[in-house]
Structure formats: structure tokens, C-alpha cells
Design a protein around this ligand. Structure first.
Ligand SMILES: [Zn+2]
Length: 380
């Protein structure tokens, strides 16, 4: 199901192809986040025009609303949201541990109260896999314990043990036809815990492996470290996914560290406060400097927003609260993330990835605002 097509000299970058029941995904890939069954403000036709190959849905959120009765009756998530291409579903583990009020962690899952109405719910390996089977996603994620990055060594150890046990339970559950299941490696920045968790998951033979417990508010060096200590323990011939990451420059850096798949809420989240991603970093379109700037957001961008509208007009739309403004920024930002991975793929194929990475990172200035938004991205 995963073909490794090229590897880059002098870095760990890989060019691969993942075949799913709903089509092929070329990696490295940016996956747009559609937590509630919609990539915020961007419709499926636009997503396809932008080159989006695969989107995310979320077990926790979709299970609570609209509920599985509705999605089952619609014939699964692809039908319900009218998205014919691949879907990856997150298991809900992250949301249970970050959003919900936990009542009790039990041997086979977590009893918690819905963050919406306080109703008592239970989610464990069996339930998470059943929901993902009914959603009919192409890639399902195991139900894991994702502790905050500030946890104690004891808490990290307990989370890893639970994650390994629950992964084995997930592995036993029935799947939707052709559905792949990915394991999730936890363990903070402890190399021994990460190694132990990775090895036990690899022994269970999943279809791919995710690095979890990143993008949970930790500083960037810790995030890179978590990836660097995990990657060597993952099989080279299977896809690797860094969950919840990252900015364009971080994605390029993670591709260089051997990661194939990314998802991040930033492109649509920061669009809502007027931030646009460009090749040189992010800019605030609301700034006075763009009042009479009749250039597009980014000169050489091929997205609909850049082909049709100016910074001055988009700034006006944002300032008067017109929905079109945030929609166009979401379109541009999503295209920028998707294109960055297209360029990374081309560079790996041409044998020029090391130069691409050097130039990309040298030209890209991360802004404080975006880094703060990333810290707030914990509710993905
Ligand atoms: Zn654009």
C-alpha cells in the first residue's frame, strides 16, 4: 500500500506513494484538517483545485455531533460530506485527553463528559475503531493516551504503557474494507520510552506509524527532538506521520527528518484573524501597509485568491467582516501548504532537496503570532 519511490541524498527526505481505497496520495503530503466534516470555509471543489489529496476527520467530534446514526444513514463520511478522495480519521484519543473532562481512565478506555453538554460518554480502542469503521475512513488511527508535554516521567511512562496496550486492542478490531490502521508512538522526549513504544507498535505490524505527543504546546526544539528520537525505530518501507504539524518551514524540516505526512489547523485558523502565509513567512493582511496595495497576497501564487483579488481588497473585506475575506485567505493559505509539499516532492525527485530545504528555511521568517497560534492549536 506504500511505495517508497525516491530517497534524498544527505537528508532523510523520502518521496512515496500511498494507495488507499479512495485513491493515491503522493508523499510528502499536507493533509487539510476537517475536524467536524468540513475544512473550515473551503468547499470540496476548492480543495481539489488547490491540490488537496487527503483530508482529516475526527472521531470524537463526529461521534458527538452529528452522531453515528446520521453518518451511517448517509452511507459513511465520504458520502455525508461529499468528499470522494482519501480521508484519515483521528481516533479521538487526543480530544478525550485535551478537551473533555475525564471521569475515569479504565482498562479498556476513558469515561468522560462531553465538552459540549456534559453528557457521560465512553471511548476506548474498541469504540474508536468501531466509529472509524462506520465513518469508513481510508486511514484509521489507534486510540492512544496523549499526555501534556509538561507531564512527569511517571505520567509519560503510564501513557506509553496504556498506548501500547490499547494499540494491541485496536489491532484486533474489524476494519472497513481496505481501511489502513496507523499506530501512534508516544513517550515525550525520552529516547528510551519512544524506542520502547515504537518497537512494540512495529511488532504489531500496523500499516503506518504516527509520532504523537507533538504540537501539544512544547517548544520547537523539543518537537524536533521527539521526531528525531522516534524516526530511527520506524520501518523505512511504511509511511510516517507527524501529528498536528506544522508551519511550512517546520514541514520542510520534518521532511528532511524522514516524515511523510502532516496535518495542521494553521492555514484556516490564522486566516480567520487575517494572517496569510507566504514563502517569506506570514503577513497580516489587515495591516495599514496594505491599504492601497494592489498586488496579490503572493506574486507568483496560482490560487484563486491571488489570481483574482488584491491585498487592498482582501484587507477591506477582513476589516468589514465580510466572509469572502477569510474564505480567500483560507484558500490561499491551504494552497501555500499544499504547494510547499509539491515543491518538496519535486526537489526529492530531482535530487535537489538539500538546496530546496536550505533556501526555504533561510527565506522563511516565522512570526510570533503564528507560533502563538500553533501553541493554541491544541484543540484541533
Ligand atoms: Zn494565493
Amino acid at each position: 500500500m506504500f511505495d517508497l519511490l525516491h530517497t534524498a541524498p544527505s537528508t532523510k527526505a523520502r518521496r512515496g506513494r500511498l494507495t488507499t481505497p479512495h485513491g493515491v496520495v503522493d508523499t510528502p503530503v499536507f493533509m487539510s484538517v476537517g475536524t467536524q466534516g468540513s475544512v473550515k470555509a473551503v468547499d470540496p471543489r476548492e480543495l481539489r483545485e488547490l491540490g488537496t489529496q487527503i483530508i482529516l476527520g475526527n472521531t470524537y467530534h463526529l461521534h458527538i455531533r452529528p452522531g453515528m446514526d446520521i453518518i451511517r444513514a448517509a452511507g459513511g463520511l465520504h458520502n455525508f460530506i461529499n468528499w470522494p478522495l482519501p480521508i484519515l480519521t483521528d481516533s479521538g484519543g487526543f480530544q478525550v485527553f485535551s478537551l473533555a473532562t475525564i471521569r475515569k481512565i479504565k482498562a479498556h478506555g476513558v469515561e468522560f463528559r462531553s465538552h459540549l453538554d456534559g453528557s457521560l460518554l465512553f471511548l476506548g480502542p474498541k469504540e474508536a475503531m468501531q466509529i472509524q469503521r462506520e465513518l469508513g475512513s481510508d486511514i484509521a488511527m489507534v486510540f492512544d493516551d496523549c499526555p501534556p508535554h509538561t507531564s512527569t516521567p511517571r505520567e509519560f511512562r503510564a501513557a506509553v504503557e496504556r498506548t501500547m496496550r490499547w494499540a494491541a486492542e485496536c489491532r484486533e478490531q474489524p476494519r472497513a474494507p481496505g481501511q489502513m490502521v496507523f499506530g501512534i508512538v508516544q513517550g515525550g522526549i525520552d529516547p528510551h520510552l519512544r524506542e520502547e513504544c515504537a518497537k512494540s507498535l512495529v511488532a504489531l505490524k500496523f500499516d503506518g506509524y504516527a509520532i504523537g505527543g507533538v504540537s501539544v504546546g512544547e517548544p520547537e526544539p523539543e518537537m524536533f527532538r521527539a521526531v528525531e528520537i522516534t524516526e530511527p525505530h520506524l520501518p523505512a518501507d511504511q509511511p510516517r506521520y507527524a501529528m498536528g504539524l506544522g508551519t511550512p518551514a517546520q514541514m520542510v524540516e520534518l521532511v528532511a527528518r524522514g516524515i511523510d505526512m502532516f496535518d495542521c489547523v494553521l492555514p484556516t485558523r490564522v486566516a480567520r484573524n487575517g494572517t496569510a502565509f507566504t514563502r517569506k513567512g506570514s503577513i497580516s493582511i489587515k495591516a495599514g501597509a496594505y491599504k492601497s496595495d494592489f498586488r496579490p497576497i503572493e506574486e507568483d501564487c496560482d490560487c484563486f485568491a491571488c489570481r483574482h483579488f488584491t491585498r487592498a481588497y482582501l484587507r477591506h473585506l477582513l476589516n468589514v467582516g465580510e466572509i469572502l475575506g477569510l474564505r480567500m485567505l483560507s484558500v490561499h493559505n491551504t494552497r501555500m501548504f499544499v504547494r510547499t509539499m509539491e515543491q518538496a516532492r519535486a526537489a526529492i525527485e530531482n535530487g535537489t532537496f538539500a538546496e530546496f530545504r536550505r533556501d526555504f528555511v533561510a527565506n522563511y521568517v516565522p512570526t510570533q503570532k503564528v507560533l502563538l497560534a500553533r501553541a493554541a492549536a491544541a484543540d484541533r
